[in-house]
Structure formats: structure tokens, C-alpha cells
Design a protein around this ligand. Structure first.
Ligand SMILES: Nc1ncnc2c1ncn2[C@@H]1O[C@H](COP(=O)(O)OP(=O)(O)OP(=O)(O)O)[C@@H](O)[C@H]1O
Ligand SMILES: [Mg+2]
Length: 382
């Protein structure tokens, strides 16, 4: 079995807490402020929503928040994914143990404020369960992959959160891909606008460098500036790629000499092949997802439109999609294709401006490499 030293500190892709959570100070400050209010027994100002394309660190943020909150007593944390709470009853059971609500006596009812008939073996409704739990003590409920939330349970949860979180120390934090917005909109018209929304996108170069440097420092390993420059440029601010690079250079120095305490430019050059292999495997998975949905020609046309540009407006994106659809173009297909590309994180729109950007860096180059350009010769569809 590989030792801790052979594996190194980096964590590519397991959705856990990275060794150093870089570049999320704003989100961390916000979470700390909300949790401080809970600790005082006060309701939070509103719910929090983290959203962004895959691999940008939504789960990492939730993992950090859970750890940070659990580090000092006073606020309970429950972490869930929608697959664990397919029905309202399942969610109630996660909030209150079955034995608790099945054996309520009138005295207990008065303690937790739940109006429940003793001996009743049906669970209380979600809003009552949530209120009972938050009266017992402050609670933060962290729901990852929230874009897969079922409609019925989603509706119950968002409504209950709205009611309970206004008066009691209960904080709901959701994380999901950009399609979360339409998913939540379908179950609760006002939730999105009410919540504190935090787009989770790429890291800036300083944060990418810190994500690499800090864990190395903890292991007493230094890194030369030119090696760092190369890695930061190659990882393109994508947190997942930063971790892959970290793993690759770590293996490089430990593979050559267990005592090496410095990463040089040549190490980064030698680690490039390992990084590329991982990266291309990741791209291939995304490619297959696009293929399964018949979106490869559209993805190619969109990639061409992004050539040399980092942002597209609505009209430019739609024109590119229409070109990719070719003969399949019908009035509704452009919208459907745009939604599908957004779901896959191929393109996304951080909320700050009405512009689209690539969700996963350089995936578009990969698509350009393997998918033929749409036919734009005279007589073909637009
Ligand atoms: N701020 C960060 N600093 C350093 N590494 C990070 C950061 N955020 C995430 N990572 C790393 O990037 C990788 C992807 O993160 P994570 O799994 O949290 O992304 P995600 O947005 O939840 O993706 P998905 O939508 O696929 O679930 C992980 O290896 C994680 O450790
Ligand atoms: Mg995740």
C-alpha cells in the first residue's frame, strides 16, 4: 500500500476538502458571518447557494464549511445529497430520529414545540420537524448536488427553510451546477432571488499558486518560481487541474528521490505527461456526455465562436448553436441545446454580467481537435 508520503498532500477529484482551500476568502467570510449568527441563536439573514460548473470546488466549500462549523461547538451540521432524501419523510427522518417522534409524550411536545399526537407513527411534516430541530439548537443543513433535488421534497424544503429560517437559527446551504437556478425556480419562484448567491468559478493566478504552494510548504517542500509559473498557466485556474498537477509533481520528486525537498522546472516538465493523461481522461468523459446527448456538432460550433475570446453574449452564443445544429435547427432546439450545454457545464453564465464563458478550461480545444467543423458551405443550414 502507498504511504502518505508517496501519495502526497493533494486531493484530485474525490470531492473532499483540498489540502488548502485557496481563493475563496469572500465565501468563507460570508459563511463565518452567517454561522456566527446561528451560534448566537439568531436566524441567518438568508440561505446560501453555491453554484458553478463541475470541478470548481462547490463540494470543497461545503466540506470546509462543515469542518469549520464542527470545529467549535454550538451549531449542528447535517450534510446531505438529494439521493439520500428522495421523499419528505426521508428528510424528516434525517432531522429527527424515528424513535424521537414515535415516542413523543405531551411533555416532550411542550419542550420542542411540536404539535404531535403521542403514539402517532407517522412523521411530522418537514416544517415542524425542522422547527423542532432548530429549537433544540442551531442547525446548518448543507445540501450538495442540489440541482438533482426532487420536485416534491425540494418544494417542501425550500418552503420550510423560508419559514423556519426567518425565526430560528437554521441555515440552508445549497450547492449545485448552474442548472440549479432553473431547478430551484421550478419548485419555488422566489428562492433564488432571496438567497445569497455565490458563483464558484476558476481561481485567479495567485490563488492557484497558493493552492499548490501551501500544501507543499506543510510538507517542507519548496517550488521554483518558473515551475510554479508553468503549473499555474497550465492549470488555467481550474481547481481540479491544480490538484492533478500537485499529485503529478509530487510523484515526480518522490519517484526520483525520496529526500528531494524542491520542485524545479524540469520536474514540472517531466510531470506534464502524467498531467495530460489525467486531463485528457477527464475531457473524454465530458466528450462522451456531449456525444450521448447528440451535442458534439453544437459543442464544436460553440468552441469555434469562443476561439480567441473568453466571453460571448446571448446572441453570439445562439448564433453559434444554430450553426452547430445545422439541419436539426428548429425554433425550440437552440434553447434546448443551450440548456443542455449549460447542464453539462460546457458553458455557463456567472451572474454578474449577461455573458457566457467556458465552464471547463480548454475542453473546447479538445472538442475542436476531435469533432469536425460544421458544414457552412452555401446551401447548408445557417
Ligand atoms: N479553492 C480550492 N483550492 C484548491 N483546490 C480546490 C479548491 N476547490 C476545489 N479544489 C479541488 O478541486 C477538485 C474539484 O473540487 P470539487 O469536487 O469540490 O468540485 P465541484 O464543483 O463540487 O465539482 P462537481 O460539480 O463535479 O461536483 C477537488 O480535487 C478539490 O480538492
Ligand atoms: Mg461536487
Amino acid at each position: 500500500m502507498a504511504t502518505r508520503d508517496e501519495l502526497g498532500p493533494f486531493q484530485a477529484g474525490d470531492g473532499g476538502l483540498p489540502p488548502y482551500l485557496a481563493g475563496r476568502e469572500h465565501e468563507q467570510d460570508l459563511c463565518r458571518a452567517f454561522v456566527s449568527r446561528l451560534r448566537l441563536g439568531r436566524p441567518p439573514p438568508r440561505e446560501i447557494v453555491f453554484y458553478g460548473p463541475r470541478g470548481n470546488g462547490k463540494t470543497a466549500l461545503l466540506a470546509w464549511l462543515a469542518k469549520e462549523t464542527a470545529a467549535s461547538p454550538g451549531v449542528d451540521v447535517i450534510r446531505l445529497v438529494p439521493a439520500a432524501i428522495r421523499t419528505e419523510t426521508r428528510l424528516v427522518e434525517r432531522l429527527l430520529s424515528t424513535s424521537w417522534w414515535q415516542h413523543l409524550t405531551p411533555n416532550e411536545i411542550s419542550v420542542y414545540g411540536i404539535k404531535w399526537r403521542p403514539g402517532n407513527d407517522r412523521p411530522p411534516p418537514l416544517d415542524e420537524a425542522l422547527a423542532a430541530r432548530a429549537r433544540k439548537g442551531p442547525l446548518a443543513l448543507l445540501l450538495d448536488e442540489a440541482h438533482t433535488l426532487g420536485e416534491e421534497v425540494g418544494c417542501a424544503l425550500l418552503n420550510a427553510s423560508q419559514q423556519v429560517g426567518r425565526e430560528l437559527p437554521f441555515l440552508l446551504v445549497l450547492a449545485g451546477t448552474p442548472e440549479l437556478r432553473s431547478r430551484l425556480g421550478a419548485v419555488n419562484a422566489t428562492f433564488w432571488n432571496r438567497a445569497e448567491r455565490c458563483p464558484v468559478g476558476r481561481l485567479d493566478p495567485e490563488a492557484s499558486a497558493a493552492a499548490l504552494r501551501r500544501p507543499l510548504e506543510d510538507e517542507h517542500v519548496g517550488i521554483d518560481e518558473d515551475a510554479m509559473t508553468h503549473i499555474v498557466r497550465e492549470s488555467q485556474g481550474y481547481p481540479y487541474f491544480v490538484q492533478i498537477w500537485g499529485e503529478a509533481v509530487w510523484r515526480q520528486i518522490r519517484g526520483s528521490d525520496a529526500q528531494r525537498q524542491r520542485i524545479e522546472r524540469a520536474d514540472a516538465a517531466r510531470a506534464q505527461a502524467a498531467f495530460d493523461r489525467e486531463k485528457n481522461g477527464y475531457y473524454l468523459e465530458r466528450y462522451d456526455e456531449l456525444m450521448d446527448r447528440g451535442l458534439l456538432p453544437v459543442a464544436r460550433a460553440v468552441a469555434d465562436a469562443f476561439e480567441e475570446r473568453s466571453l460571448l453574449n446571448d446572441e453570439e452564443l445562439e448564433t453559434a448553436i444554430a450553426r452547430g445544429l445545422g439541419e436539426a435547427l428548429r425554433p425550440d432546439t437552440v434553447t434546448a441545446a443551450r440548456t443542455a450545454l449549460g447542464r453539462l457545464g460546457y458553458v455557463w453564465r456567472p451572474e454578474t454580467e449577461p455573458m457566457w464563458e467556458a465552464g471547463i478550461p480548454n475542453l473546447m480545444n479538445y472538442v475542436q481537435q476531435y469533432v469536425p467543423a460544421p458544414d457552412t458551405s452555401p446551401g447548408s443550414a445557417p
